[in-house]
Design a protein around this ligand. Sequence first.
Ligand code: ACM
Length: 265
Amino acid sequence: MVEKKLTVGYIQFQPQFGQPDKNISYILERLNKIKDADLIVLPELCTTGYAFNNREEAKTYAEPVPQGKTIQILLSIAKKRDMYIVAGINEKEHDNLYNSAVFLSPNGYVGKYRKNHLFNKEKIIFNQGDLKFPIFHIDDIKVGILICFDWIFPEAWRTLVLKGADIICHPSNLVLKNLAHRSIPVTAMINRIYIICSNRIGIERNLTFIGGSMIVDPKGNIVHRAPSDKEESYVTIINPYKARDKKITERNDVLSDRRPDIYEL
Ligand code: ACM
């Protein structure tokens, strides 16, 4: 096994609804308290909050990517701190609105993912993602992004895994208790990947967000899980190359043993 060290983590906090300036200042404060990290994952819609009443309301807080003010501020910190940042953003492009996540590097803006599987009321607020499942790079490490409710679709994880993802970042605003938190370790295990789920906490309008951000290793072990109702920044050192070992036994490999020829409907 080749050794490669990457310090990765998340910031679990409570974004204030409709207060991007306040939220970005808070995120900066929290990022500055993290001594050293290569990759930090922030929650879904982390600069605007989540519980929009309708599309018009969401639009008033949306930003173009990457020109938006909060993204530019995050880019400056990525550069200054020499770190990669994945952050959930309310994205406006012309008349369209996307629940997106940006992938920012120390050298600037890299790209974005737009949530493919919208949850509940999001369906009347945002457009469906139209960028499929992009892969981003940290040197030779491959990183994918899924956003919150995407978690319930095994095809989403598997597509990224078949494209070589070693780490999948999962900016979230989870509200359904005891579902994703049970599924994510199993998903990491059957795909042999690292998952960094960055969830939020707090109550917004009629929604309670359930925290429990977690980092899971390719054997499905929970390296660390945050509380359900408290803020927490957490970083740990991982060896992403461990996600390249897909072997379960001497004779079994979870990718090369697949038999797509018999998976027809
Ligand atoms: C969710 O997809 N934000 C539950």
